[in-house]
Write a protein that binds this ligand. Structure first.
Ligand code: DAH
Length: 338
């Protein structure tokens, strides 16, 4: 019996020494130590022995078991270390190799202007409003005080989809929509969005462009409030040395109406003016149609062309650059304003 114990021990230890990987080692463990393994079977032969030999035999088998367990444990440490070393070797990283180039997009310059103006006005307590691009004739014209015969409709050659619907020619219909929504309560909004006009003759004009509309309605609103809002916007966009000039103009939805110029320094050092937007005091008819009592409420409104702002701000020579999606053009605006 002793001999068979010794034999089994040698056999097990030899196998463990020769094991080349963790799977083989686990196989050896199962072969000797599992419930039906060779050591357990040996233990089963205990009852065939005479009573007096059983305790010492049992102790021997336990010793055998312990020494196999120990050898398995030691070998396992070695094999695990080897496996890790092999992985490290295989996955070695050469940190001196050049990295990958990840292409980073840029925010479109028109959207940069819109976000910039939104940030400014939201900071001043305005809400950002939106309206549909396919607009009802009623909101686009009637509610803006342009009835069917109004000559100013011709100024805004439009794309009709049926008798009553058109691609909005300006962002002003959002004024009407917001007024009706606010049901006579004071409001201040800005509304950025795309607008559409037919423009057959001039190739430098786009049939689609972008505007930002502003509207404030409250009690005690004066022209000074309008001037303040416009100057704040102009200086935010172009710098604090700029001044503005208001020239009388005409829009059906405002009375009085103005055209707004921004100052710039000419090459010879003198002051020049560039027209940037239209504005005015909200026409009493527009207030009335929007559900506001013009005796109690006043308002001001303005409409800015976003392309025009971007052209001046970034010194762009042709409006068509904005729509061609040429990455060489667009990638110049990475990190501008941010
Ligand atoms: N809607 C005008 C246009 O498209 C721009 C405009 C002018 C908007 C004066 C206004 C305003 O709100 O008060 O040409």
């Amino acid at each position: 019996m002793k001999e068979s114990l010794e034999l089994m021990k040698n056999k097990a230890l030899m196998a463990i020494t020769q094991a080349e990987n963790l799977e083989q080692l686990e196989g050896i463990r199962v072969q000797f130590l599992s419930k039906k393994g060779e050591v357990s079977l040996l233990m089963g032969t205990l009852r065939d022995l005479p009573m007096e030999e059983r305790p010492s035999f049992g102790a021997e088998v336990n010793l055998l078991k312990a020494s196999i367990e120990e050898a398995l444990y030691d070998k396992k440490q070695i094999l695990e270390e080897q496996a890790l070393a092999a992985i490290l070797e295989k996955e070695k990283i050469d940190v001196t190799l050049p990295g990958y180039q990840f292409y980073q997009g840029a925010i479109h310059p028109l959207n940069q202007v819109i976000e910039d103006v939104e940030d400014l006005f939201v900071g001043l307590g305005y809400e950002v409003a939106e309206g549909p691009e396919l607009e009802n004739d009623h909101y686009n014209f009637e509610m803006m005080n342009l009835d069917k015969e109004h000559p100013a409709r011709a100024m805004q050659d439009s794309f009709y989809t049926d008798e009553n619907h058109l691609l909005r020619t300006h962002t002003s219909p959002v004024q009407a929509r917001t007024m009706l929504e606010k049901k006579g309560k004071p409001l201040r909004i800005i509304c950025p969005g795309k607008v559409y006009r037919r423009d057959d003759d001039d190739p430098t004009h786009s049939h689609q462009f972008t505007q930002i509309e502003g509207l404030v309605i409250d009690e005690h609103i004066t022209f000074a409030n309008l001037k303040d809002a416009l100057l704040t916007m102009v200086r935010h966009l172009f710098g604090h040395d700029r001044i503005i000039r208001l020239r009388p103009s005409y829009f059906p939805f405002t009375e009085p109406s103005v055209e707004v110029d921004v100052s710039y320094q000419k090459k010879d050092g003198t002051l020049g003016w560039i027209e940037v937007l239209g504005a005015g005091r909200v026409h009493p008819r527009v207030l009335e149609m929007g559900g506001y009592d013009p005796k109690k409420f006043q308002g001001f409104a303005f409409g800015v062309g976003v392309e025009r702002i971007a052209i001046l701000k970034y010194k762009i020579d042709d409006i068509r650059h904005f729509y061609l999606n040429d990455i060489r053009f667009l990638s110049q605006f990475k990190g501008v304003n941010r």
